[in-house]
Ligand binder design. Sequence first.
Ligand SMILES: Cc1ncc(COP(=O)(O)O)c(C=O)c1O
Ligand SMILES: N[C@@H](CCSC[C@H](N)C(=O)O)C(=O)O
Length: 455
Amino acid sequence: MDERPPSDGGDDGPRKSAKALGKAFSNIDLDGHNLPPSPAPSSPRNGKRYALATELVYTEGTDQYNASSQPIYQSATFKQTSGSGGNEYDYTRSGNPTRTHLERHLAKIMCAERALVVTSGMAALDVITRLLRPGDEVVTGDDLYGGTNRLLKYLSTNNEIIVHHVDTTDPSVVQKALSSRTAMVLLETPTNPLIKIVNIPAIAKATHEANFKALVAVDNTMLSPYLQNPLELGADIVYESGTKYLSGHHDLMAGVLAVNNAALGDRLYFPINASGCGLAPFDSWLLMRGIKTLKVRMEQQQSNALRIAEFLEAHGFRVRYPGLRSHPQYDLHNSMARGAGAVLSFETGDINISERIVESAKLWAISVSFGCVNSLISMPCRMSHASIDAKTRRERAMPEDIIRLCVGIEDADDLIEDLSRALVLAGAVNLTPNSFSAADHGKAKKVDTQSNDIF
Ligand SMILES: Cc1ncc(COP(=O)(O)O)c(C=O)c1O
Ligand SMILES: N[C@@H](CCSC[C@H](N)C(=O)O)C(=O)O
């Protein structure tokens, strides 16, 4: 196999390398599906497209026994039929049938030409950033997942990558940071944990106008392909943590990348094979199983999240959730996404009170991550985003008291009752004869409420 890193040298690059491959391996079908798995386009775009809910479940297997679930090929190596090698699989770092099955399935549901799966969401971002060269400029947000911020900081400190953190909710601010030196724009929407919305189409257009070679990469972890398709909104690369909604049970770590450009797919595959961060067969199988229930989980999580967001808002808290009409970018979010997801955050105005709420909840597990079937509660500044230093958090106006709720599939009334208990025990609310409302600790929004749903 050609061991040179694929180049970004224009449109005929992949065709040239395909020709070179063809000469070296005349027994390989370079245009069909009998290909070495990972370097090949992995989308079976060859039939009717069903609704996404159907596509999530429907798979085309090639198993010799027609197994309903693609088997786990728990094998590091694959025997060859000739001394010159060339069989479809040789070594699991390069490709594995269970992983290929998952990648093809993901390409289909992400409306992509090619999908790749790696060992974590951060591994996916690491693969993407290997496209960068010293001196390249990256424009990104000022509210980002802590691990993303950490990797970008590492690259700017050690690899001479220039990173501009700007308010990506305002395309004109992004526009000012763009130039012909911009190699990549990295977006998250909704952002984690401030739930800010980023206009993907406007920023993608501005980026490509500033430098037609610049790549727009979107982290879609907060919504999953069930709710948003960044590739269809103008992004060049979409990636997400498969640890979250795609798997849904917090029993595996995974990262997913998808593109609609075969040459770019080759450039992303190269570091995966070269470094060995492709997803292992068992985790690929587990992720495939999780994806099949994405729709039912997401629908339930999302409808619970709306109930919780409305409940908190009705009781006077400042809630950040794009499913609420009060979200300043409600319309923008709905122009891009098919739903609001199941992560929301709210403020109490007092760090100690927030801490007591988190510790008083029983059904809500104190845990990082989101997208799981059970509900989670956390304080991002102390947990998921603790790797962003306090000074930077202050500069980026991250409220230290912010509480993040990642809503699961439990009964919504049980979740509300448990949260109400925690709010009362923590002293976060003033009790009235029939209800309660957020105590004024500075930031909580004061409203009168007649609600008596709990007390
Ligand atoms: C928005 C976002 N992107 C990427 C990641 C990284 O994913 P992983 O934990 O699978 O590496 C996370 C969480 O970890 C996240 O919240
Ligand atoms: N200790 C971990 C924290 C992971 S946070 C996971 C997730 N993205 C979230 O937002 O909760 C680290 O340092 O990366």
